[in-house]
Ligand binder design. Structure first.
Ligand code: ADP
Length: 166
């Protein structure tokens, strides 16, 4: 691993859509990373299940972080470690909300390390107020006409309204 030079981190996920919990994790990362790439994963075991297309998700994240010059947004398909290597990132950021996240996250971190030993996964916990929040809960509440303004940024809330009002 490079011992000097900028600290580049990648924060991968589905971000369908980005929530205040995701934003909190990204901002925490920028406290110690020089550059953060938020990476929308476009390959999923359930590719048809997305509410927003990968391009829409990328657009929303860009809108939300428009003022943050050290944060970039991209999408990737295939192996995360290959994407990380390609952008010069040695740190993968993941959020841990509760013990229920742990088994899967530990397994992914270990597999990624097996695939590319130089990669380190860092787990961050969000502000406790966001511990209950998931993109799936946001989708559910929005689909039922509920107010999501405490869960997502205004730009995202608007998109959700448009999506469900048709
Ligand atoms: P979700 O689980 O909300 O569908 P993703 O699959 O996009 O989100 O998750 C991307 C990463 O963000 C994962 O590491 C996940 O644990 C983390 N994450 C999601 N929601 C939160 C939250 N409210 N607080 C902290 N981390 C979160």
């Amino acid at each position: 691993m490079t011992e000097t030079g900028p600290i580049v981190a990648v924060y991968p996920g589905s971000f369908d859509p980005i929530t205040l919990g995701h934003e909190d994790i990204a901002r925490r990362t920028l406290r110690f990373a020089d550059r953060l790439v938020v990476a929308v994963a476009t390959t999923s075991s359930q590719p048809k299940k997305g509410l927003f297309s990968p391009d829409e998700r990328v657009e929303m994240i860009r809108e939300v972080f428009a003022d943050e010059k050290r944060l970039e947004v991209d999408s990737f398909s295939g192996l995360l470690v290959e994407f990380a290597r390609g952008i010069g990132a040695h740190f993968v950021i993941r959020g841990l909300r509760a013990v229920s996240d742990f088994d899967y996250e530990l397994q992914m971190a270990q597999v990624n390390q097996e695939l590319w030993p130089e990669i380190e996964t860092l787990f961050l916990t969000p502000d406790v107020g966001y511990s209950f929040l998931s993109a799936s809960i946001v989708r559910e509440v929005a689909s039922l006409g509920g107010d999501v303004s405490n869960f997502v940024s205004p730009q995202v809330a608007t998109r959700l309204r448009e999506r469900f009002e048709g």
